[in-house]
Ligand binder design. Sequence first.
Ligand SMILES: C[S@@+](CC[C@H](N)C(=O)[O-])C[C@H]1O[C@@H](n2cnc3c(N)ncnc32)[C@H](O)[C@@H]1O
Length: 281
Amino acid sequence: MFNPNLSINAQSGDLAQLVSPTNKSIFIRLIPGGKYETHRGILYFDDLIGKPWGSQVESHTGQLYVLLQPGLADLLQETRRNTQIMYPKDIGFILLKMGIINGSIVVEAGTGSGALTTALALFTGEKGHVYSYDIRQEMQILAKKNLDRLGLTDLVTLKLKDIGEGFDEKNVDALFLDLPNPYDYMDKVRECLKPGGQFGCILPTTNQVSRLLFELHRENFAFVDVCEIMLRYFKPAATRLRPTDRMVAHTGYLIFARPIIYTKQPPNNHDGQEDLREEEV
Ligand SMILES: C[S@@+](CC[C@H](N)C(=O)[O-])C[C@H]1O[C@@H](n2cnc3c(N)ncnc32)[C@H](O)[C@@H]1O
């Protein structure tokens, strides 16, 4: 599985990233005897195994690359995709906010190209599990390839099913939806999540968020948060430090909520009109 070694040298079987002089990355698994052929020449894996991470390495024509141990964000950016995939900036916050840890049982839909699935599997680990639903078989074939590449396939059950028919799992710790109409499935989400569990969702427009808020209210979800993660990169030039010219201005709104069992009246901030936490600030 994706389990980077902590040694300072690249080892046999490791995933590695080779960065060209034009800043293009190649991701390879360092299988002894293997090679990677580019228009800049051939890189023999036996020459790379044992080299310290961060070394400059050469192809057989003398072209230089830097050998790096890839981070998860690097790998997610390289996910082979047929759909819009989720961005590391959103995924990182989702994992923390929804309390995804080693051992968590998580359901998601849709699988898409499997970018979020990859991160979820990595965090839930061998003690937990990810159940990932999609209605399109071609998406799950692609997601499986992406998971295979990182050795994560055993940690995920891919389900070819419309979530309108309901989820097969009950009492899961967390459930995330990345599909256009989550508000149509909130009764199914409620049946699948454990009471007080973690629900999360990403939506591109505020209209969709409003529709979802009405349904969350109807299904007795509380502790609702709506937010957006903005990330601005800077040109790392010490003498003229400034933001880069272009940025990803919008990916989606993130919505989080918890299903509650009310025995008496719901609190009066339940519909989000009055946020008590704002008053405390
Ligand atoms: C934007 S993609 C998900 C991308 C994914 N989160 C990723 O990071 O790669 C949305 C997916 O939802 C699937 N989908 C849409 N409606 C669905 C439904 N009712 N049940 C299951 N999957 C659905 C689509 O087939 C599509 O593959």
